[in-house]
Design a binder for this molecule. Sequence first.
Ligand SMILES: Nc1ncnc2c1ncn2[C@@H]1O[C@H](COP(=O)(O)OP(=O)(O)O)[C@@H](O)[C@H]1O
Ligand SMILES: O=P(O)(O)O[C@H]1O[C@H](CO)[C@@H](O[C@H]2O[C@H](CO)[C@@H](O)[C@H](O)[C@H]2O)[C@H](O)[C@H]1O
Length: 465
Amino acid sequence: MPEPVTRTVMNPPGLLASLDPLLREWLPRQRWFAGKGRPVTGFTPVAATELLPATGRLGLYHVLVRAHQPLIPAPVAAAPTPGDCYQLLIGVREALPPRLAPALIGHVHQGPLAGRTAYDALYDTRPAEMLLEALRSRARVGGLRFERDRRQKIRTGLVPRLVTAEQSNSSVVYGDTFILKLLRRIVPGVNPDLELPLALAREHCPRVPAPAAWMVADLAGETWVLGVLQPYVQGATDGWELALRELAKGEHFAAEARALGRATAEVHTALARALPTVTLGRGALEHLVDGMTERLEEAVRAVPALRPYAPGLHSAFTALGDLAAEGHTWTAQRIHGDLHLGQCLRSPSGKWSLIDFEGEPARPLAERRLPQPPVRDIAGMLRSFDYAAHSADAPLPGWADACRAAYCAGYAQVAGVDPRTDAVLLRACETDKAVYEVGYEARHRPDWLPVPLAAVRRLAASHSS
Ligand SMILES: Nc1ncnc2c1ncn2[C@@H]1O[C@H](COP(=O)(O)OP(=O)(O)O)[C@@H](O)[C@H]1O
Ligand SMILES: O=P(O)(O)O[C@H]1O[C@H](CO)[C@@H](O[C@H]2O[C@H](CO)[C@@H](O)[C@H](O)[C@H]2O)[C@H](O)[C@H]1O
């Protein structure tokens, strides 16, 4: 039985001074670090809570820290503003056992923790168990508040393991029953990664695992969402893996794409019931077009290889602006915001679920919570089929086109409207997504840059022709 969190010391003295030089080195190397390309020059503590004192065999600290990054021109598009706040769970031991070697942050040489070893405690069993216990028992620990939906039973004794897949955040699976996503870059306010799954649960939408518990910090009159616990879809394969597997076998994926289209439409329909929808008139559409144009300009500054295609890409946005000027309107609603094959899980029985409603991680929270035309999500999925086709060792001609058509047809079956009939909007959204991907890949995975760049070339040519 994991012990509940019992001891809290807010802002333990000297903690950050001990860790500062180590975090400067370690933080930028983390996959989930959002400020890539600019050095970290220091930290401001936002809140630190001692969960276990370092006097014992294991010291444990929950730390919210703002990373200082100098204001130099950002190397790629949509770089976050300086001073992003990160959530860390830091363990401190005399020495690390070999199983925790990948978790090493460093050996502390100064301050009250000098002589000890700091590590990312999410890799460790006991700290992960303590988090689950805190969620189960609705604990309050300093400024940390753990909440749960009492209708979902959370058993004790579930064995934790850290998910090692590439992620924007960090997740721990408990006994193949629950998965806790700890958000890494955190912001104050309502987080769509909790808000939307809760809204969908209220609508009894079976396509999204309903939050079982969540963890927040109450700081200076604001609530910061720190983590969400959801039922774990056992034995699931994500759409990206599955698509690549089928491609490797030379198989088509249209039937699954159609099912994914239906699942997306079910989620959109439920979101439109659960949360307000709005009509986007001329002003709002001009704003949308301006946003897409700015994003393109920013991406061109950051990735000069985009420059020759900018006029062709831009024409997709002006075409949308022209329709708005003619008086066309669109309905907007809350959407997923960053939908791609990796956000779709297929259970062994063939049921598709959608996960990760955080939206595009680099966008400001307020923007991520705005109602959007649902075609934005569809554009994301269409791009994803293209990504998969480009990532295959042996390309299958027509594979992506067949998936794209089947996905739209599946969507139309449920939603009653085929996204392809909205060609100008769909094209603008797909172009915007490809531009976003160029920025994303340049920052996180430069080797992947050719994939969205190939799409950019195609999209630019189709707009200018
Ligand atoms: N409810 C779930 N059931 C099974 N696996 C899940 C579930 N939620 C997330 N995962 C797995 O964890 C990974 C990361 O989750 P995700 O929400 O996409 O995190 P991030 O925002 O960090 O990318 C997913 O790719 C998926 O493999
Ligand atoms: O899953 P996240 O919320 O972290 O989303 C980010 O990372 C994705 C990659 O992991 C990125 O998606 C891009 O690559 C996918 C293949 O790995 C592809 O299926 C997507 O279509 C493509 O956009 C996503 O853009 C980014 O926000």
